[in-house]
Design a protein around this ligand. Structure first.
Ligand SMILES: [Zn+2]
Length: 404
């Protein structure tokens, strides 16, 4: 078993110099995404370390060092080397952030870990490996780089393994349980979309933390049956758009999807403003995901899709949700009330929802019940009113079947 070894094998005798090898991805010049213009992170030119990739340094085809690159710099330690012809192999399997293991595999190939690239050259005083988009596997590099950035920005407190399969015959993205693991399948087109890649990783975060509680969300109840999506609030299976940012869905589905968008927004936004790219056809629209705008107003379900009042009795309001509204709830509750950049408090809350049997409650009520005493409680109370996702006014009692 290669992984986990961190040793010097047949290391040459040092004679006068040390060097280190680094793996980096250049964003603008060599590592573009189709939605790269959206969000602030990585929009300035420059190179980002491929943190924690698995690297092998071969000196005249003898392994001189192998192990995980630094999770900060993407570099090997300083190595003492003889001069010679070196090859550097880099695998996608890595640890982008402390204790979080990320793998990108080739679904069509037999190799469990895809060998992405290798280079050969004479060692000089400074030699940096650069991911090259024009070699086989570059789409996989994009998946790795976007997912690694997501985990680096929002490390998962439980340190699971995050798994991506690159699937050339698939033109969509999906996350599901497969062989006992949470796995995301991504096709060539989606592998160019950094927001979508991070969104799918958000599903993995949530599924692993909540024991798959949110993995079977039913979107279908409110879907239209025509071959297009003619109305902003509708989504259509026939048009292969099972859910949209603004479609009315079962409330649990809206929460589940909003979580994925929330993670992608945290990854690709900077500062305190939430910025997202919403895919519309083959292009993208900018979405302000913390404040209402003319195109994407606050309280989308209650105001644009329905005319929701404030008393119990309208099933279209009480059991439904819109992803956009819930993204803003997540964002505006997390940023001011939790430690900036941490998703731990939200994962705690959603995990608690998955633990208790909250039969008969809508998703708002479930979350509200476990929010008591949480650091975010005050912001939650005001956000659910602002975004108009609170639907329990005058509702019959909704009690957990086991203690809370
Ligand atoms: Zn999703």
């Amino acid at each position: 078993m290669m992984f986990g070894l961190l040793s010097l094998i047949n290391a040459p005798v040092a004679h006068g110099w040390t060097n280190q090898f680094c793996a980096v991805a250049g964003h603008h010049s060599t590592f573009s995404y189709t939605d790269q213009s959206y969000g602030n992170v990585w929009t300035t030119a420059g190179e980002r370390p491929l943190r924690g990739v698995y690297m092998q340094v071969l000196n005249n085809d003898v392994v001189a060092w192998q192990g995980y690159a630094s999770t900060n710099t993407g570099c090997t330690p300083l190595l003492s080397m003889n001069s010679g012809t070196f090859r550097l192999k880099v695998w996608s399997k890595g640890i982008p952030s402390s204790n979080n293991l990320l793998e990108v595999r080739d679904y069509s190939g037999s190799s469990p870990v895809l060998e992405l690239y290798q280079v050969a050259g004479l060692v000089s005083a400074s030699w940096t490996y650069r991911a090259d988009p024009f070699v086989t596997g570059y789409l996989v590099w994009k998946i790795y780089a976007a997912a690694a950035e997501t985990i680096y920005q929002e490390p998962h407190p439980d340190a699971p393994t995050f798994m991506f399969y690159y699937e050339p015959a698939n033109e969509s993205a999906s996350t599901k349980i497969e062989f006992g693991e949470t796995v995301t399948h991504i096709g060539p087109t989606v592998s160019r979309e950094k927001f979508t890649i991070s969104h799918e990783l958000g599903h993995q975060y949530l599924m692993q933390r909540t024991n798959n509680f949110y993995s079977n969300s039913d979107y279908g109840q409110y879907q239209c049956t025509t071959s297009s999506c003619p109305v902003a609030c509708e989504s259509s299976p026939a048009a292969n758009c099972y859910h949209k940012l603004t479609s009315k869905e079962n409330m649990t589905a809206a929460v589940d999807e909003a979580w994925g968008y929330f993670i992608s927004a945290l990854t690709w936004s900077s500062g305190t403003s939430c910025q997202m790219a919403n895919k519309v056809g083959t292009g993208y629209e900018a979405v302000d995901c913390d404040s209402g705008t003319t195109s994407y107003p606050t309280g989308y379900l209650a105001g644009t899709c329905e005319s929701c009042g404030t008393t119990w009795g309208d099933p279209d309001c009480e059991s439904a949700g819109v992803e956009l509204d819930w993204i803003r709830v997540f964002w505006n509750t997390n940023r001011p009330c939790s430690n900036h950049g941490s998703i731990s408090n939200w994962l705690d809350v959603l995990d608690a929802v998955s633990f208790f049997d909250l039969h008969g409650c809508n998703t708002y009520q479930q979350i509200n019940m476990v929010m008591t005493g949480e650091p975010m409680e005050g912001c939650w109370d005001s956000q659910v009113v602002t975004q108009r996702v609170r639907f329990d006014y005058g509702a019959p009692s909704c009690e957990p079947l086991c203690g809370l």
